[in-house]
Ligand binder design. Structure first.
Ligand code: 7RM
Length: 632
C-alpha cells in the first residue's frame, strides 16, 4: 500500500485525515513496515512532562526494515554510491546485500568487544561508507550511536563522550577534506585523555596517516571484521528504545544530547523522504550533508535506505578540486534528487555560471534546500541554473529535535514559493503564537513557531537531563513544542521561516549557541568578558561577531584577536571560529547587568543609524567606542 501523495487534492485530503485521526493516519504508514511484534496503542502523549510514546509496546529493529526486508527484492540493487574526495579515486557502489553483510560483520565485531544493547557508541568518522555501516551496526545490536561531526575539536568530542558515558569510539586514521588531510585519530587520542568510559576504539584506515595504537584499547577496523560472520541477529528493540543521541547547540553554553527512538523515527524519516522528494524506485538521490548532522542521519542514511533507495555519499567539499565538483557528480551518477544547503549554493554562485555550464544536469528532477533560510537571490540561482527552471525546489524546514522534515513543499505536488518553506507535511500541526502564547490564526501573521500535536519523530528527551528538555522546548508556551524560530504565515497561507528568536546563530547551516562561543572565548587567559552575536554574512548566512574585554598587558590587539580565534578553534572546532573579534573596554549593559545584545547586533551589522533607546544603559558612553570603527 502506497503512502505517497501524488496530487494537490491528495495532499489536502491526507493532511486533513492526519489532523482529524492522527492515530489511524500513522497506523496506516507503520503497517507498511516489518514489526517483530505489533504495537498495542498508537500514541500516548503529554507535552507537560513531556512524555510522548508512539507505537507503544511495538517491537522492531530498524535495520531489518533497511536490510533484511530488501534482501530478496533488491539485494542486487545499489544502496550506497560513495564518491571520494579525490575525483580520480574510484567510486564505490554497494548493493543492499553487500551492505547487509558489512553491517552484520561490523555488528559481530562490536559484540566481540562486549558492546551490546543500550551501550553508547561514538562515531567520529569521515564521510565514508563505513560511517553508515557503523550507524546501522549499532542499530542492529541495539547500541545507541552518537555521531560527532569530525570537524569538532578534542574538547568537544570529550564533552560528548563524557556526557553519554560512551563505551566505544569508531574513528579513522585520518580524514580527507578538500586539499587537507586531517589527523582524526590524534584528536581522539587527545580527547580520551579526559574520558574514563571508553573501552574500545575501532580505527578505520583511510588516509594511511601514522597513528599510535593504544594496546588493549585500539583495534584496526579491518582486523576486527576479519573472519566475522556476515549474518548477525537483529536485536529486538522496543519502539521507544533509544536509537541515537545527537548533540546540538542551544541557547545555553553546553550542547544537549537530543534523543530519538526506534519506532517513530523509522516511520517518519521514511514517510517524509518518500513524499518530499517524490522518490521513485531506481532513482539516484544525493544529499550533500555530513552524517555528523541530523540531515545526514535522516536523509542520507535512514530515510533513503528504509525506502530502498540509492543514496549518494560524498566525502569531499563543494569547491575541491574546483567549484564544478557537485555538478560533475550529478552528471556522473545521473542524480535525480539533489539536496543541499543555502550556504553551499551561495558559495558556488560566487564563481559564476562557467563551472555549472560545463555539465548538463539534465537528470535532475527535484532539488532541495535545508539548514537555514534560503534568500531569494540564492533561491532563484538554484532554481534557474541548477534546476533549469523545471525542477521543484523544496525548501525544507526542520530541526535536530524534529527528526524529520516538518514544513516543506512536496515536490511537484504542492506549490513552491521562493524563500518559503510553504506547507506542513501531513501529521504536522504548526502554529504561530504571539508573545503570550496565543495562537495567531488566519493569514498575514507573524510570531513564534510552535507545534501543537506530536509527530512520530519528535525528540523524546535530552540525554541525562529531562528537565532541560522540558525547559527548552515545552515551557516557554505550556502545552506546545516551541521551535526557537520565528515564522510568518503570508497572505497566501504559506509559511516563511524568519530565523531564530533565541541566542542561537546559524553559521553555514550549523547551529551555534552564542553562550557556547562566549564560554570558549573566556577560556583565553587575557579575556575578562565577552559577548557574541550573529550578523548577516554573504555566504555563511550568519557570521560570528565577538566582542571581548581584555587585559591588554603584554599583547597587541592584533595578537589578541588571533589568539582568541585560535582558542575557539581549539575548544569547539573550526566551524565556530569568530569571523570578527572587536576588543572593547566595556559592553553595553542594562542597570540589572544584562548585556544589551540588540546594540551589539546593530553594530555588528554595521547599521548604527537606529540603535534604539540607549538611555537605559548603565554605561551609555560605551556606544561611541563600539561604533567608532564603523564611521572610519
Ligand atoms: C535540519 C537542520 C535547525 C534550525 C532551525 C532553523 C534553521 C533549518 C531551515 C531553517 C529556514 C529552512 N537542523 N533551519 N532549515 N531555517 N528555512 N528550510 O538544519 O537542528 O541543525 O538546525 O535551522 O532556525 O531551527 S538543525
Amino acid at each position: 500500500m502506497s503512502t505517497k501523495i501524488q496530487t494537490l487534492s491528495g495532499y489536502y485530503h491526507e493532511y486533513q485525515k492526519s489532523v482529524l485521526q492522527p492515530e489511524e493516519f500513522w497506523t496506516r504508514v507503520a503497517d507498511t513496515f516489518h514489526w517483530k511484534k505489533r504495537w498495542d496503542k498508537t500514541l500516548e502523549w503529554d507535552f507537560e512532562g513531556p512524555d510522548v510514546k508512539w507505537f507503544v509496546n511495538g517491537k522492531l529493529n530498524i535495520t531489518e526494515n533497511i536490510l533484511d526486508r530488501h534482501l530478496f527484492t533488491k539485494g542486487d540493487d545499489t544502496a550506497i554510491i560513495w564518491e571520494p574526495n579525490e575525483p580520480n579515486e574510484p567510486h564505490l557502489e554497494i548493493t543492499y546485500r553487500e551492505l547487509y553483510e558489512r553491517v552484520c560483520q561490523f555488528s559481530n565485531a562490536m559484540k566481540a568487544k562486549g558492546i551490546g544493547k543500550g551501550d553508547r557508541v561514538i562515531i567520529y568518522m569521515p564521510m565514508v561508507p563505513e560511517a553508515a555501516v557503523a550507524m546501522l551496526a549499532c542499530a542492529r545490536i541495539g547500541a545507541v550511536h552518537s555521531v560527532v561531526f569530525a570537524g569538532f575539536s578534542s574538547t568537544s568530542l570529550a564533552d560528548r563522550i563524557n556526557d553519554c558515558q560512551a563505551k566505544a569510539v569508531l574513528t579513522s586514521d585520518g580524514n580527507f577534506r578538500g586539499a587537507k588531510k586531517i589527523p582524526v585519530k590524534a584528536v581522539v587520542d587527545e580527547a580520551l585523555e579526559s574520558c574514563e568510559s571508553i573501552e574500545t576504539v575501532f580505527v578505520l584506515k583511510r588516509t594511511d596517516t601514522d597513528v599510535t595504537m593504544t594496546e588493549g584499547r585500539d583495534v584496526w577496523w579491518h582486523e576486527a571484521v576479519d573472519g566475522q560472520s556476515t549474518d548477525c541477529k537483529a536485536e529486538e528493540m522496543d519502539s521507544e528504545d533509544m536509537l541515537f543521541i545527537l548533540y546540538t547547540s542551544g541557547s545555553t553554553g553546553k550542547p544537549k544530547g537530543v534523543v530519538h527512538t526506534c519506532g517513530g523515527y523509522m516511520i517518519y524519516t521514511y514517510y517524509s523522504f518518500m513524499n518530499v522528494f517524490q522518490y521513485n524506485q531506481g532513482d539516484i538521490y544525493w544529499c550533500t550533508a555530513d552524517v555528523g548532522w541530523i540531515t545526514g542521519h535522516s536523509y542520507i542514511v535512514y530515510g533513503p535506505l528504509l525506502a530502498g533507495a540509492t543514496t549518494v555519499m560524498f566525502e569531499g567539499v563543494p569547491t575541491y578540486p574546483n567549484p564544478s565538483r557537485f555538478w560533475e557528480v550529478v552528471d556522473k551518477f545521473k542524480v535525480n534528487q539533489f539536496y543541499t544547503a543555502p550556504t553551499a549554493i551561495r558559495a558556488l554562485q560566487a564563481y559564476g555560471l562557467e563551472p555549472v555550464e560545463k555539465y548538463s544536469l539534465e537528470s535532475l528532477k527535484v532539488i532541495g534546500s535545508v539548514g537555514e533560510p534560503i534568500n531569494e537571490e540564492a533561491w532563484h540561482w538554484y532554481h534557474d541554473h541548477i534546476g533549469k527552471g523545471n525542477c521543484p525546489l523544496v525548501d525544507t524546514w526542520w530541526q535536530t529535535e524534529t527528526g524529520g522534515i516538518m514544513i516543506s513543499a512536496i515536490a511537484g505536488v504542492t506549490p513552491n514559493k521562493p524563500a518559503h518553506a510553504s506547507l506542513p507535511l501531513p501529521g504536522i500541526q504548526p502554529i504561530i503564537v504571539d508573545a503570550e502564547g496565543k495562537e495567531l490564526t488566519g493569514n498575514n501573521v507573524e510570531g513564534s513557531l510552535c507545534v501543537k500535536f506530536p509527530w512520530p519523530s519528535i525528540l523524546r528527551t535530552t540525554y541525562g537531563d529531562h528537565e532541560r528538555c522540558k525547559q527548552t522546548y515545552f515551557s516557554t508556551y505550556p502545552g506546545l513544542y516551541f521551535t526557537g524560530d520565528g515564522a510568518k504565515r503570508d497572505h497566501d497561507g504559506y509559511i516563511r521561516i524568519l530565523g531564530r528568536v533565541d541566542d542561537v546563530i546559524n553559521v553555514s547551516g550549523h547551529r551555534m549557541g552564542t553562550a557556547e562561543v562566549e564560554n570558549a572565548i573566556n577560556e583565553h587567559p587575557k579575556v575578562v568578558e565577552s559577548a557574541v552575536v550573529g550578523y548577516p554574512h554573504d555566504v555563511k548566512g550568519q557570521g560570528i561577531y565577538a566582542y571581548a574585554i581584555c587585559d591588554m598587558e603584554g599583547r597587541t590587539e592584533e595578537n589578541l584577536i588571533q589568539e582568541i580565534k585560535q582558542t575557539v578553534r581549539n575548544i569547539i572546532g573550526p566551524i565556530a571560529t569568530p569571523d570578527k573579534v572587536q576588543v572593547v573596554s566595556g559592553l553595553p549593559k542594562t542597570r540589572s547587568g544584562k548585556i544589551m545584545r540588540r546594540i551589539l547586533r546593530k553594530v555588528a551589522e554595521g547599521d548604527i543609524s537606529n540603535l534604539g533607546d540607549t538611555s537605559t544603559l548603565l554605561n551609555p558612553e560605551i556606544v561611541d567606542e563600539l561604533t567608532k570603527h564603523i564611521n572610519k
